[in-house]
Write a protein that binds this ligand. Structure first.
Ligand code: NAP
Length: 286
């Protein structure tokens, strides 16, 4: 590591950016690989977003993760989008070049890598139900659709959003059966292999479980994108009926590793980043 030059800056952009685990994960990786870089949190007000994005190179910022509420809002300020970010319509990773900003989306691929590598779940020919049709559901459903599932059913409390997502997927993936569900019952969870919660329901303990226990069964993999709390009511109920379960920490890990590769150009250290995330989460939940 060259200690004489100032570190390259990376970070997460959001508003607010409370208790993000990304700084722990990326700083642990930089340290382990002796990369002279630092990962920070950038809490930027909406009215300051454009100025902030236009001054990245000047501020020695080489790359960003983007979180709520800016994943879609940053798109007009970027000069290039990867084909995946373009298809998803949202960006969670920005790479800064001297003369341009390039946008990527690693959420969907991060989810899929976790699903395949750690959970040993292959989406091909599977029946899948997704709760929610927001940014995360869009990223995930695009990547699942690329992997030839038999059927994807989508439900969102806001019907316009689920209608738009189903329409978008139908236009881009002609060989996948896509179903717009008007209720959770219409997701037909009983026939599903994979149930994904891509809504924020479960983050607060005071809110009841999003799915009735009677709909869950032991042949399901229940994947809740939420990682804090590590075990939502949905995951606890799914476990009780003998289903396989996962929270969203693995997705966070793999999307972070993919962002790291985009910025740094070398493979991210999986074990180090996983440990840093687990330690960070333990601190948050104490
Ligand atoms: P988002 O864009 O706000 O989408 C969430 C969607 O769920 C919205 O359309 C929302 O509708 C809908 N919804 C809320 N309550 C519902 C209910 N009871 N039934 C059905 N739909 C409901 O949020 P997001 O960015 O996609 O994030 C979703 C979740 O994934 C969050 O918990 C987030 O923390 C998590 N996440 C995890 C990772 C990871 O790496 N693990 C990455 C990204 C996101 P309204 O807008 O009408 O409320």
């Amino acid at each position: 590591m060259d200690k004489n030059s100032s570190p390259r800056i990376y970070g997460v952009l959001g508003y607010p950016v409370k208790h993000s685990l990304s700084p722990s994960m990326h700083n642990a990786a930089f340290e382990a690989l002796k990369i002279n870089a630092e990962y920070r949190s950038f809490q930027v007000k909406p009215q300051d977003l454009e100025n902030f994005l236009n001054s990245l190179a000047k501020k020695n910022i080489y790359g960003l993760n983007v979180t709520i509420p800016y994943k879609e809002k940053v798109v007009p300020f970027l000069q290039n989008l990867s084909p995946e970010a373009d298809l998803i319509g949202a960006v969670n990773t920005i790479k800064v070049f001297p003369d341009k900003l390039e946008g990527f989306n690693t959420d969907g691929e991060g989810f899929l890598q976790h699903l395949r590598q750690d959970l040993k779940f292959d989406p091909q020919d599977k029946t899948i139900a997704i709760l929610g049709a927001g940014g995360a559901a869009r990223a995930i459903s695009v990547y699942l659709s690329k992997n030839k599932p038999r059927l994807i059913a989508i439900y969102d409390i806001d019907k316009t959003k689920s209608e738009m997502l189903v329409k978008h997927l139908k236009e881009n993936f002609k060989n996948v059966e896509l179903k717009l569900a008007n209720s959770i019952a219409q997701l037909n969870i009983g026939d599903c292999h994979l149930l994904i919660n891509a809504t924020p329901v479960g983050m607060k303990d005071s809110v009841p479980c999003i799915v009735d226990k009677k709909l869950l069964h032991k042949n399901l993999l229940v994947y809740d994108l939420i990682y804090n709390p590590p075990q939502t009511k949905l995951l606890a109920l799914a476990k009780k009926v003998g289903a396989k379960v996962s929270n969203g920490l693995g997705m966070l890990l793999y999307q972070g590793m993919l962002s790291f590769k985009i910025w740094i150009g070398q493979d991210a250290p999986l074990k180090i980043m996983r440990q840093a995330l687990e330690k960070g989460l333990e601190k948050c939940t104490q």
